[in-house]
Design a protein around this ligand. Structure first.
Ligand code: AOS
Ligand code: ZN
Ligand code: ZN
Length: 384
């Protein structure tokens, strides 16, 4: 398979919440023409796929994307050439979860949180989604607030109940985050904790790596290599991290880090759709237009991937085996420093797409059309 073919079959999943209004704790800036409901979010996501050709799935967030009829929503997506990707649960916007959800000291609250996940599994059945994605806000703000160890036991039991409810084609994908909203100790702060819980659950439990969820200076590609080695890298939540969990456009803060991550993916043969790694975006576009922001992000992932595919694997192994430190480093840097934009333009043309997706989107008139048609768009969920 040529590099061209490998690039052509890479897919990137878009988050529904990227298309709604979003902001920070200080201000949500409303943009004109944003979707008023999940149907319109999917329509906007389909635009990103239309111009990039590599974004055929949309993750949903429950209850932000609550509808009466999920079969109908899935049919709407199919009609626009996309499908429903991961179903994200939400146990962070209910007063009952102030002290935690799956780890809460009260059995009743844990039961409620488990029941929410069972509802999400029903949504998966209706939409054909295969990934149930869990990110928990659970954790402690103060030493002594609760037992760190008891919370791990409760977490294991709650996860077991959810895992047992999955259908055979479903996966549970578990995200970690080192801080926020809890600041002393999150209950799943790191990849090691997520991995231990996944190993206890079974083969269909996998770790989600959000690139914004690490301490400054963390070597993320090391974690990628480690999880791939264990066969438990289920998905990425791609975004950029300047200072914390910024959720800004992937590849903006540190394109070299993104390349290093994709280099590990390519080296392990994990780019293939059959590898089980779901390349998702987890982003918000607070001040830039959302559809072009998603197109830019998809292109950034593609560029990092194309560069990673350009690494001369034979020359690299030869230099590494010979102990040629600078030679091996040079092979990697040669690939990184190659301008792959002409290659990607060629790829798009070979697929009948415009070589410049952002220009093509702008010329389409879609942005003006949604501003005229949609009044009173919805927030992404944050701050709602
Ligand atoms: C939160 O920090 C996580 O990144 C989650 O993936 C979260 O569910 C996502 O940002 C959408 O709410
Ligand atoms: Zn995330
Ligand atoms: Zn996050």
């Amino acid at each position: 398979m040529t590099h061209f073919d490998e690039l052509a079959r890479q897919t990137i999943e878009l988050p529904s919440w990227a298309f709604g209004n979003s902001g920070t704790r200080f201000k949500v800036f409303a943009q004109q023409g944003v979707p008023r409901n999940p149907y319109e979010k999917i329509a906007d996501a389909a635009q990103v796929h239309r111009y990039t050709g590599v974004a055929p799935r949309v993750s949903l967030h429950i209850p932000w994307d609550l509808v009466d009829d999920y079969d109908d929503l899935a049919a709407h997506a199919a009609g626009l050439g996309v499908s429903i990707g991961a179903i994200n649960s939400n146990v962070f916007q209910d007063d009952d979860y102030m002290l935690g959800s799956l780890t809460h000291p009260s059995a009743d609250v844990r039961k409620k949180a488990v029941a929410h996940h069972l509802q999400c599994i029903d949504v998966m059945r209706a939409t054909g989604s295969t990934d149930l994605k869990l990110w928990l806000p659970d954790g402690l703000n103060y030493p002594g607030q609760d037992s760190i160890r008891a919370r791990q036991d409760r977490l294991a039991d709650s996860l077991q109940e959810i895992y047992a409810a999955l259908d055979p084609q479903h996966r549970l994908i578990l995200e970690y985050k080192f801080f926020e909203p809890a600041f002393y100790s999150m209950d799943i702060p790191d990849w090691g904790t997520a991995l231990l819980h996944c190993l206890a659950l079974g083969d269909r439990a996998m770790v989600v790596l959000d690139t914004g969820h690490h301490a400054p200076g963390t070597n993320i590609e090391f974690i990628v290599a480690q999880l791939l080695r264990a066969g438990r890298l289920g998905a990425f939540d791609f975004n950029s991290r300047f200072y914390a969990d910024d959720d800004l456009m992937v590849g903006a803060a540190d394109p070299f880090q993104l390349f290093r991550i994709m280099h590990e993916i390519v080296q392990s043969g994990a780019l293939a759709p059959t590898s089980g790694v779901n390349f998702m975006l987890d982003q918000c576009h607070n001040i830039e237009p959302k559809i072009p922001g998603q197109i830019r992000s998809v292109m950034n992932v593609q560029e990092a991937t194309a560069k990673a595919l350009l690494v001369d694997a034979d020359a690299l192994v030869e230099a590494q085996t010979a102990g040629d430190v600078l030679g091996a480093h040079g092979v990697v840097m040669d690939a990184y420093n190659t301008d792959v934009r002409p290659l990607l333009a060629q790829l798009r043309e070979s697929q009948g797409l415009d070589p410049d997706p952002i220009a093509a989107y702008k010329a389409s008139g879609y942005a003006e059309k949604i501003v005229a048609e949609r009044v009173g768009g919805a927030q992404a969920g944050w701050g709602a």
